[in-house]
Design a protein around this ligand. Structure first.
Ligand SMILES: O=C(O)[C@@H](CO)OP(=O)(O)O
Ligand SMILES: [Mg+2]
Length: 430
């Protein structure tokens, strides 16, 4: 590491994400000439307490411009980081957190700060001629088990399904590639299963199909059919995971969850999960946001009841925020946390949330956003932090597949030395 190398300049521009909305792309240039570049994703079903994504006026872009965030990078952040070493990620992130001065990055924008945070890590790795996953992770790294959202509902599709994500994951695999191939197989088979049943197979935001199925039961049944027709055993070879994203259909005033024609209170919803869904479909190994971000007590109660046999992931409720997550751990909410870099806004704080999870027996699922770019940062990040699990969409749409292709390259680069995570069985199948 050359001590004399420092940041020469930081610059951002407005580019577009996979939904055609503007987003921030940041460039960090070092004095040795290295350029690190990164772009920021964006969610549709966002948690209320996520760090602020700064958006502005501009009638042409429906008020979704990011020119203020871009300007903040080009002026204040550039001034603050010029001359600073790129090799201390925590210090870089802290400078931006202090410069912003708000608890949720509302002044400079989490999109401005995260773009620079990621681009700095990439520049540092490049200047040391080290792969990004190795720079961030050292030698203690692991390829993740992937979770693929193959039926899209909720805020990600214009169909009648209220649960947001229906994912498949390769439990049994001899390598990362083997797992991905099984998923691709099942994905193609699912298309045929849906077509045979007379459904449309247009895609939702995350590359999964968006058929007009009537409910969760029917969607999971389709997954069972696809897994079996592809020659695999549901729950053994391929597991199923859901993101209910229930904050989207929860009424805080009445405490009622309205979905698929039901009007359930928390007890009825719990009964539905335990005595209907999980009984009927034992291949379901993980449920994300089963209760709302504003329904902590019931989320905790549910964790107590089924947390020993199913992974319960907190997304909207923790928003990758270490201090909110700490409260959740104390209350016994969930047994897993979703990690989205732009929910908190820096690489270092995301790593802190992961450390907190590991120290408290929570699993971690690293995640893309429903609005993505071609940037593959999250793939390297998942390997670096040995995140165990990664969800980044179906095996379609280039902005999703780019991440899986990057993981295939990483596996090849590690020449068979790469360990691949296994969930839920903590054993190796190879
Ligand atoms: O809820 C989620 O887990 C995510 C990612 O799949 O969706 P969004 O980016 O729209 O918040
Ligand atoms: Mg979610």
């Amino acid at each position: 590491m050359s001590k004399s190398v420092v940041i020469e300049s930081v610059k951002a521009r407005e580019v577009f994400d996979s939904r055609g909305n503007p987003t921030v792309e940041a460039d960090v240039v070092l004095t040795d000439g290295t350029l690190g570049r990164a772009s920021v994703p964006s969610g549709a079903s966002t948690g209320e307490l996520e760090a602020t994504e700064l958006r502005d006026g501009g009638s042409r872009l429906l008020g979704k411009g990011v020119s203020k965030a871009v300007n903040n990078v080009n002026t204040e952040i550039n001034d603050a980081l010029k001359g600073v070493s790129p090799y201390n990620q925590a210090a870089i992130d802290q400078i931006m957190i202090d410069l912003d001065g708000t608890p949720n990055k509302a002044r400079l924008g989490a999109n401005a700060i995260l773009g620079v945070s990621m681009a700095t890590a990439r520049a540092a790795a490049l200047s040391l001629d080290t792969p990004l996953y190795r720079y961030l992770g050292g030698v203690n790294i692991e390829l993740p088990q992937t979770f693929h959202n193959v039926i899209n509902g909720g805020a990600h599709a214009d169909n009648g399904i209220d649960f947001q994500e229906f994912m498949i994951t390769p439990i049994k695999k001899t390598s990362f590639r083997d797992g991905i191939e099984k998923i691709a197989d099942t994905y193609h088979t699912l298309k045929k299963v849906l077509e045979d049943a007379g459904f449309q197979t247009g895609l939702g935001d995350e590359g999964g199909f968006a058929p007009d199925l009537k409910n969760t039961d029917e969607a999971v049944s389709m997954l069972y059919k696809a897994i079996e027709q592809a020659g695999y055993v549901p729950g053994e070879d391929i597991g199923i995971a859901l993101d209910a994203a229930s904050s989207e259909f929860y009424n805080e005033e009445t405490g009622i969850y309205t979905f698929e024609g039901h009007e359930f209170n928390a007890d009825q919803l719990r009964d539905y999960y335990v005595n209907d869904l999980l009984k009927k479909f034992p291949a379901i190994i993980s449920i994300e946001d089963p209760f709302s971000e504003n329904d902590w007590d019931n989320f905790a109660k549910f964790t107590e009841e089924v947390g020993d046999r199913v992974q319960l992931v907190g997304d909207d409720i923790f928003v990758t925020n270490p201090s909110i997550f700490r409260k959740g751990i104390k209350k016994g909410v969930a047994n897993s946390i979703l990690i989205k870099l732009n929910q908190i806004g820096t690489v270092s704080e995301s790593i802190e949330a992961i450390r907190l999870a590991k120290n408290n027996g929570y699993t971690t699922m690293i995640s893309h956003r429903s609005g993505e770019t071609e940037d593959t940062f999250v793939a390297d990040f998942a390997v670096a932090v040995s995140g165990g699990e990664l969800k980044t969409g179906a095996m379609a749409r280039s902005e999703r597949v780019a991440k899986y292709n990057q993981l295939l390259r990483i596996e090849e680069e590690l020449e068979g030395q790469a360990h691949v995570a296994h969930f839920p069985h903590n054993v190796d199948f190879d």
